[in-house]
Ligand binder design. Structure first.
Ligand SMILES: *Cc1c(COP(=O)(O)O)cnc(C)c1O
Length: 461
């Protein structure tokens, strides 16, 4: 009998291993209570499979580790910076490269350079740190993503797309008040959903007509390019590297967290084409990040990022990376667990509203579900719902987003298929017992980015 399909495997073998700890239910009960039911406050030593984030958690390659030994730690003019700069220019195509300690460093500098009090910044759904820096600079974020992005069940292949009518309305209604449009590729908060090349081209053309800049959040642009290669008409024969370059060509610059797609443990950059904007950014850089040839990174970090950038756009790498995410998602879907569809690039997003219909959003169902999964198996996930959305800075009201999600985020090149199986089985067991999960009450609420440090207790307690 012929096989239905042939398997593929990761394009690497394992050279070094790191032990992880299995815990007992009693240990986990103590740990989650001490952590105030917030998975961000768990100690990593109490976690078995850590799917909190794909940020800075990638396994580096032998090439990256050996490049680190070549780090030039000179304060000024480090040779490592020039290798880093060359990798950014070659892969993304921007002329000016400004190093930062991580993505939010770049967001801070960009927001301070371009946003004036009362400005409006349209974007395809918000990201937590991005929106905060826009607000701290005096701006207001406004969502112009297509409606399908807010529906976890919609199968739209490019849920990261911008609604051109919504964008046009914002541009027309706010003359000279829109400094730039912020385009995420992929869109993290929508479930790792891509924007199509066609849509980005149209956004760029529209913005050029209105004299407005387009700035990419390029954090997961290689994953976005993979979805374009797989799903967009006419793109199947192209290399990921080519598509990445073309995406960046439809923008005036980008902010990047090198902790995501570029396979490094720390780092980031702001890259733009305008020399004038780069000069303004460098002025702030020396105050907040560091000199323009290190920006908060060690020389060895810049070496690791430079090699990681190169590896991140290899076709076989990105296919295995997204393939592993799809493997986990298909398994959960086969068991009827409600997840955001289509499956995204960096993780599986559980639809907590559908999972726990008996828990009202005011009792943070996604937060409660993340805690329940940890209790079951020691798998750590993250809330991406009302807690992450925070409060409106003007009214002080809690924002209640349509998407109330738990993210199981897959670090790159770290876990095996067996880890995915254990994770899927744990989520399934929690799903079977879901009626017993109760809502949470917030007992400590920090002012900024509250999801990182908030504490909760069970509603019945
Ligand atoms: C992680 C992330 C950032 C911020 O980057 P950091 O390196 O964590 O500061 C910005 N945008 C998106 C979409 C991200 O996922």
């Amino acid at each position: 009998m012929p096989l239905e399909r042939r398997s593929w495997a990761e394009p690497f073998r394992i050279k070094m291993v790191e032990s992880i700890r299995l815990t007992t239910r009693a240990q986990r009960e103590r740990a989650i209570e001490e952590a105030g039911y917030n998975t961000f406050l768990l100690r990593s030593a109490d976690v078995y499979i850590d799917l909190l984030t794909d940020s800075g958690t990638s396994a580096m390659s032998d090439r990256q580790w050996s490049a680190m030994m070549m780090g030039d730690e000179a304060y000024a003019g480090s040779a490592s910076f020039y290798r880093f700069e060359e990798a950014v220019r070659r892969t993304y195509g921007y002329k000016q490269v400004i190093p930062t300690h991580q993505g939010r460093g770049a967001e801070h500098i960009l927001s301070r350079c371009l946003i004036k009090e009362g400005d409006v910044i349209p974007g395809n759904m918000y990201f937590t740190t991005t929106r905060l820096h826009q607000e701290l600079a005096g701006g207001r974020f406004t969502d112009v993503i297509i409606d399908e992005a807010h529906d976890p069940a919609s199968p739209h292949p490019f849920k990261g797309n911008i609604d051109l009518d919504k964008l046009k309305r914002v541009l027309v209604e706010n003359p000279r008040r829109v400094p730039y449009v912020c385009v995420g590729a992929t869109v993290n908060m929508a479930g790792g959903q891509p924007i199509s090349l066609e849509n980005l081209r149209a956004v760029y053309a529209l913005c050029q007509r209105y004299g407005v800049l387009v700035m990419l959040d390029a954090t997961r642009i290689a994953e976005n390019a993979y979805f374009i290669q797989q799903r967009e008409a006419g793109q199947a024969g192209r290399k990921i590297a080519q598509i990445v370059l073309e995406l960046c060509g439809c923008s005036d610059g980008c902010t990047m967290s090198a902790k995501k797609d570029p396979l490094a443990n720390i780092g980031g950059f702001l890259a733009v084409n305008s020399k004038e904007l780069a000069d303004a950014a460098c002025n702030l850089l020396v105050a907040y990040e560091g000199l323009q040839t290190y920006g908060g990174m060690a020389g060895r970090d810049m070496e690791a990022v430079a090699v990681g950038i190169d590896e991140s756009v290899q076709d076989d790498h990105i296919r295995a990376r997204v393939g592993q995410v799809e493997y986990l998602g298909e398994k959960l879907r086969g068991w009827g667990v409600p997840i955001v569809m289509p499956i995204g690039g960096h993780g599986i997003f559980l639809d907590a509203r559908a999972f726990l219909p008996h828990v009202p959003q005011e009792q943070y169902p996604a937060q409660a579900l993340a805690a329940a999964i940890y209790l079951d198996s020691g798998v750590r996930s993250m809330e991406r719902g009302a807690v992450s959305a925070g409060r409106d800075p003007v009214t002080g009201e809690e924002r209640m987003p349509k998407l109330e999600l738990v993210r199981l985020t897959i670090p790159r090149r770290v876990y095996t298929q067996a880890h995915m199986d254990v994770t899927a089985e744990s989520v399934y067991c929690v799903f079977e017992e879901r009626k017993q999960i109760q809502g949470l009450r917030m007992t400590y609420e920090p002012k900024l980015l509250r999801f990182f440090q908030a504490r909760f207790s069970e509603c019945s307690v």
